[in-house]
Design a protein around this ligand. Sequence first.
Ligand code: ZN
Length: 409
Amino acid sequence: MEGDPKNTGQHSLVGYIHNISEIKKGTKRTYFDAELQEKHKVRRLVVFKADMHPQFKAVNNDKSPVHLHNINLTPSLTTEGAHDITFTHSSTLSCLSQLEYSYNPTLSSNQEDLTISEIFKTNTTYRRVNVKAKTIQKKSQSHNFVRDGTFLTNTTYMIADKTASIDLTVWGEEDISTDGWYSFTNISIRKFEGTTFLSSTRDSKFTKITCHENTCQVEHTTSHNLTADIIGAKVNVLHICPLKHPIPDMPLSTSKVRCEKCNTFYRSSCITNYTHGTLTIKTPTEIKNVQIENTFIKSIINVPDTANTHTIIDSLLELPPVSITLHQNNITRIETIKPHTKQLDIPNIIITPSPTDSSTLFPSQEDLEQFMVDFTENTPSTSTSTIPSSVIQPTNDPQSTKTTSHPKK
Ligand SMILES: [Zn+2]
């Protein structure tokens, strides 16, 4: 089958079956991938007869040579000049007793290791490659409903090796930290409006590796850190079925919920929620709106399964000042500011407001409240605090003075 096969012609090929994927759900039909090991090469094989998954698994387990009949060959999306095999509903598979060459599990068609500068030089999009690189920066996080209507999060990282840097969009929840070296396998090359970037695929794997190489000189794109108060919030809560379909109008007090797409009732406890929204933040210099996604919301407040938008907004608005990293207007890191005096055993502090104006003693009420949250009751007073000692007057008679406490306590 060398030469230049026509796309639509019917062909037949012999070889061994390798690397059978799980059954996947496409837009219109289910399918699975595999590879056919021929005498000198390996081709990608897409099987649209998903009910033949067990037969393919069986011939793979038996390392049995096979003959594929009535298959189509189409130009490869992943390897220039090559042709992939499409196993359609009119294709058939039969077992052969032997072939002149043997089963070789180490051959593979699409596991090519490239450096980032080699990735920029390739002309083929959708080609799958492996790359070893360091995560430099998290650039954005978002979520989407993909073609078949299922819900997926995506996170874009800047990654770099010693040759260059490139953006990598990772679909789904993956445990990837910044400043770590990873082996990214089965990553797809994409080009959009003249920009080359990488995208994870259903088969991608991310493995943390030890590497002490320097990366090329990389400039962080315009992320910046700031400290702010959350003064406003707008929140959406999405409910997602176990097969990642959205459930609109999720009832929060019933024991089962129906997913229309699955046409199945699920236990309510199996439905996950995904929150996202806009925070209005106030810094000493400005008030602005920034986007926040689920993981960041859940990193600063507790979001129970039964949370509605109002309880989430209440929790967000009650927070002490936060430290934020922004990339454009997207939050890529957020934490509540932990007062640095936390470990001090300073007790039962009573603030006596000065007769004039206590705001002259503290930059703001928030600073004061944040300071107050450190103190616990009934331990001896020490004077290691940074609050001006003139306003700290421990007393045993709480009735005689006005106490100030943090709103969360
Ligand atoms: Zn569903």
